[in-house]
Design a protein around this ligand. Structure first.
Ligand SMILES: Nc1ncnc2c1ncn2[C@@H]1O[C@H](COP(=O)(O)OP(=O)(O)OP(=O)(O)O)[C@@H](O)[C@H]1O
Length: 308
């Protein structure tokens, strides 16, 4: 869907984006994560056609969008991290302003605006002044206007920042809806756990370079050397623990009254073999699963510990 190739952006002698390469698949919700100053906004502004790249390209269907600004603007919708001030504009007037900017014919605008306000759950606010909306509502309105020209790809800069947990859940629901509509979405954050649950894939950027890319599980697997496994047998906890302690790839078995936890540093095949041995020894297994690792820890490890 989108391929960023060797993207470089220099501000004077300072290199903010340093040979960034990134692949975003069609229909994904791609999380673009990195600590403050990593180069996320700079990259997103280049993708949105608001900032020229020093070198490198952004390709969609093999066309370099940085060389086709008009095509770029028609394919990409961008929601910046700052909302801007719109005194004395009502919600529908604000939407109409952007519809005009994208040369949408007058006759098509009312229905389009109603549809978009419905997607972001703002239909009941259409006659309110923009300035009177809550932060979460302003974010959603901004999202609605970035959809006005029906772009294939949406770029959202820190859409979850400053939102309360409820507004975040609403944002997540809207993202899912957009995905179902066939859009590809790139969203940025400096907090990995904030994105982990809404993204199909993440790219971690650090000092203008890609530090890791993949699903959260893939990144965790690659970076967390010792996985923590949880096992709950129906009974016979001691027997299960004894089998685990015999395995060379198992360490630190913690035996609780009803369940067990252990560290494991082998392959998936070895893990499956351990489960087979436990069951073959006559232990009935209720639950056997990998515990979610500490995302924040992984993020700190990848970005050299300067996450904020
Ligand atoms: N116009 C500019 N002139 C000079 N340096 C800039 C300019 N814009 C950004 N930078 C620098 O480029 C680097 C990357 O900034 P950018 O805003 O892209 O990072 P970011 O990852 O979006 O950070 P944040 O999470 O804080 O928004 C930073 O060191 C920043 O100070």
């Amino acid at each position: 869907m989108l391929e960023i190739k060797d993207l470089v952006k220099k501000y004077g002698s300072f290199t903010a984006v340093d040979g960034l390469c990134l692949h975003v698949s069609q229909g994904s919700i791609f999380g673009f994560v990195g600590p403050n100053g990593a180069g996320k906004t700079t990259t997103m502004r280049i993708m949105a056609g608001l900032l020229p790249a020093t070198s490198g390209g952004i390709f969609m269907e093999d066309v370099d969008l940085t060389k086709n600004p008009r095509l770029l603007r028609s394919k990409i919708g961008y929601m910046p991290d700052f909302f801007g001030v719109y005194d004395n504009l009502k919600v529908t007037e604000y939407m109409d302003f952007y519809a005009g900017a994208y040369e949408i014919p007058y006759k098509d605008r009312p229905a389009l605006i109603d549809d978009l306000l419905e997607i972001v759950d703002l239909s009941h606010k259409k006659n309110d002044y923009v300035d009177a909306l809550s932060r979460g509502m302003k974010q959603r309105l901004c999202l609605a206007r970035s959809l006005i020209h029906d772009p294939k790809l949406l770029i959202l800069d820190e859409p979850a920042s400053g939102l309360d947990p409820r507004a975040r859940v609403e944002m997540k629901e809207i993202l899912k809806q957009l995905q179902q509509m066939g859009k590809t979405v790139i969203i940025s954050s400096h907090i990995l756990p904030e994105l982990a649950e809404m993204c199909t894939e993440v790219g971690i950027i650090d000092r203008g370079r890609l530090a890791a890319q993949g699903t959260v599980q893939e990144i965790m697997k690659r970076l967390v050397q010792k996985r923590t496994i949880y096992l709950r047998p129906l009974d016979q906890v001691e027997k299960a623990a004894a089998i685990l302690r015999e395995q060379p790839s198992v360490q630190d078995v913690i035996e609780n009254t009803l369940d067990l936890e252990f560290h494991f540093d082998g392959s998936d095949q070895m893990l499956a073999e351990i489960l087979r041995q436990v069951i073959a020894a006559g232990v009935s297994v209720v639950t056997f699963k990998e515990k979610e690792g500490n995302l924040e820890e992984v993020f700190m490890q990848v970005t050299g510990g300067d996450a904020q």
